[in-house]
Every structure is written in C-alpha cells, then in structure tokens.
Design a binder for this molecule. Structure first.
Ligand code: SAM
Ligand code: DTB
Ligand code: SF4
Length: 359
C-alpha cells in the first residue's frame, strides 16, 4: 500500500471576515413594491434576510433603541363589527363585557403610570366601528390630558370621516392606528361588516389631517404566504408608508371565529418583521400582539430583524402582555434601550459595556 503525501495547500491570502459575505444590496424603492418581490424577500435564507434587515435597520435607526408604547382600552367591548380575530365583537361569546368610555381622570392615572414605568407613547383604543362626533369630542379631552403629561398620543377608534380626523389633530393627536390587518384578497375571510377600501379611506383622512399613520396587520389567521406578502405590499406602497407599522401575531381568543387557527411558525413571524423593516426603513416597526406566547429568543430575533417598538404594560386591550418587570429584564439582558450589559471575564470579574446605547 502506498502512502500518499498530501501537498500543503498554497497559502491563501486571509480575507477579513466581513468580505466573506457582503450585505445583499437593498432594493432601492423605485416604484411600487410588487407582491412577488416581497414574497422573494420572505423566502430568502433566514440568515441572509436577517443580515439585510439589520443592515437596513442600522442605516436608519440607532441600534439599541426600542420604543415603549402603552395601550389602554378606553371603551371596551360591544362592537358591532365582526372582525374574526377580535374578542371585543358583540356577536362573539368571549366573556368581554361592554363598558362605556372611560373618564378623563381614570385615563390620566393610567397614562401617568405608563410614563412612570418608562413608556413614551400612550395609545387609546375604542371598540367602535366608527366614532360619532360626540365621541370625538370626549376622546379629544382624553388626548389633551394625556398629551399634557408629555406623552406622545395615539388613538385607534375605528373608521373616521375627514372632519373627525381634523378634530383629533386639533386636539393634539400624534398618531392614529388603523390596521389593514391582511391582504385585500384574504380580508373578506376575516371581516364582512366593512370593506378594505373603507380602511384605506380612513387612512387617507388621517394623513390629510396631518396625523402620523400607525398601520399594520395580523399574521397567524390562516392566511397563505402570498397574503402575508400582499399585506406588506399594501403597507409599503402607501404614499408615504406609515410612520409606525405594528405586526401582530394573532392572540387566539376562545369564542372568536379564528380561535382555532394554526399558530404561525415563530420564524415566519420573524421574517415578517424583517421584510417590514427592509421595505419601510424609516418606520417604527412594532413587535405587537402575541409576545406573551413568544419566547425571549424569538423576541430577540425580532429585534435583530429590525423591530424597534413594543407594547409595554401588562395588558394589550383586553388580553395579556408580558409584565413590565419581565420586559425590563429582557431589554437589559439584550442590551437594548441603552441598558448596560454585564459580562463576566475569564478571571471572574465583571465588565460593564454600554451595549445598545443609542447611536
Ligand atoms: N375598533 C377599532 C378598529 O378596529 O380599528 C380599534 C380597535 S381594534 C381592537 C385595533 C386592532 O387590534 C385591530 O385592527 C387588529 O389589528 C388588532 N387586534 C384585535 N384583536 C386582535 C387579536 N386577537 N390578535 C392580534 N391583534 C388583534
Ligand atoms: C395593534 O396593531 N395592536 C394593538 C393596537 N394596535 C391597538 C391591539 C392588539 C389587540 C390584541 C387583542 C386584545 O387585547 O384585544
Ligand atoms: Fe370592533 Fe375593532 Fe374589534 Fe373589529 S377590531 S370587532 S372594529 S373593536
């Protein structure tokens, strides 16, 4: 048996690590995003997608900055709409009881508590199909009072007419949340009491009144991948795209028609965040409902994918959210929001570094 001597390989110039894989070029927003282009992004190898999303994120945002937005349901339950995901629709037996609009002092107490806990934005939600003008007057008082505390204000009250949007703007409203929820092609599977165009019309009224738009959707409602791409295409092609984009993972509430939907694969949820970031680079992308059902590692991947906002506080509108202490610990663990991370050295000492400090 002959033994083979292996020749030593010729010395190769050592490439710096960053040359091995370059950031995939980010498509310039020339013309509208097509559903196919978005589908192609969603289908990328996950590591490439995350790398691209994080690259875009760092070009437009300070790396470790996470916005904390607190929600309050100021008018709960008894809604005449039939959104298949919603525990507040009157026709679904979900155990949510209908309440009237909260008083100003109660709302101010909740907003002050949110501010004391570190929130910068306070979002008031009402289970209305569309507010009446007298509702807008009352909500205007809430907006003025919350703004007086030095918080950014957001409201989500259902469909608006243009004069109502203007009244909210005059009251000091900073953001209006009105979600498209899903792709137009899947919408009628989820809601039948209003049309997609109604949502688009309200967004236009909000925009024309000079209020910043908060608009996103929900995944995990049994939609096909093409519908997820279709939702992002709708959002990214709004002129301009929304300032805030909440991506919700369906909270499956017993009694709602969608309660038994197949949960979304957590990595597919991460992909949605990444694609929202890439297609809407300057938007606040919010990792929204569904965090209570998500592990910390998935949330960390969402931040890596470009999420830079969360709902902060023990409750969303009527369902649960991670408690404040858990979120403070998670952000600290990840070195987000300027929290300092403590690393143990090989000698057993502790070294502090300002990981994730803004900038
Ligand atoms: N009634 C108003 C409307 O529908 O525009 C405002 C309140 S509504 C509860 C606000 C948004 O919450 C909905 O558009 C939907 O995107 C989201 N949402 C409602 N139920 C949800 C659930 N079970 N899981 C995830 N998101 C949900
Ligand atoms: C948004 O996109 N998600 C929030 C907020 N905007 C209003 C609402 C989530 C609701 C989750 C179920 C519930 O608690 O009612
Ligand atoms: Fe009503 Fe809004 Fe719930 Fe639809 S999502 S049922 S409009 S509260």
């Amino acid at each position: 048996m002959s033994s083979t001597t292996l020749a030593a390989p010729a010395a190769q110039p050592v490439q710096p690590l960053h040359l091995h894989r370059r950031a995939t070029p980010v498509p310039a927003p020339q013309g509208p995003w097509t559903v196919n282009a978005i589908q192609a992004l969603l289908d990328k190898p996950l590591m490439d997608l995350l790398f691209e999303a994080q690259t875009v994120h760092r070009q437009h945002w300070p790396a470790g900055d996470i916005e904390l937005a607190t929600l309050l349901s100021v008018k709960t339950g008894g809604c005449p709409e039939n959104c298949g995901y919603c525990p507040q629709a009157a026709e679904f037996d979900t155990g949510v009881k209908a309440d009237k609009l909260m008083e100003v002092d109660e709302v101010v107490r909740a907003a002050q508590a949110a501010k004391d806990a570190g929130a910068t934005r306070f979002c008031m939600g009402a289970a209305w199909r569309a507010p009446k003008d007298r509702d807008i007057e009352k909500v205007s008082a809430l907006i003025g009072a919350v703004k007086g505390l030095g918080l950014q204000t957001c409201a989500t009250l259902g469909m608006l007419e243009s004069h109502q949007a203007q009244a909210l703007k005059d009251a000091g409203l900073d953001y209006y949340n009105h979600n498209l929820d899903t792709a137009p092609e899947y919408y009628t599977d989820v809601v039948s009491t209003r049309a997609y165009q109604d949502r688009l019309d309200t967004l236009q009224h909000v925009r024309s009144a000079g209020i910043s738009v908060c608009c996103g959707g929900i995944v995990g409602m049994g939609e096909a991948p093409v519908h997820r791409a279709g939702l992002i295409a709708q959002l990214a092609n709004l002129q301009p795209y929304p300032e805030s984009v909440p991506i919700n993972s369906l909270v499956r509430v017993p009694g709602t028609p969608l309660a038994d939907s197949e949960p979304i694969d957590p990595l597919d949820f991460v992909r949605m965040i990444a694609v929202a970031r890439i297609t809407m680079p300057k938007a606040r992308v919010r990792l929204s409902a569904g965090r209570q059902q998500m592990g910390e590692a998935v949330q960390a991947l969402c931040f890596l994918a470009g999420a830079n906002s969360i709902f902060y506080g023990d409750k969303l509108l009527v369902t649960g959210n991670p408690d404040v202490e858990a979120d403070v610990q998670l952000l600290a663990k990840l070195g987000l929001n300027g929290h300092r991370t403590t690393t143990t050295t090989s000698e057993g000492g502790a070294v502090e570094s300002a990981a994730g400090a803004c900038g």
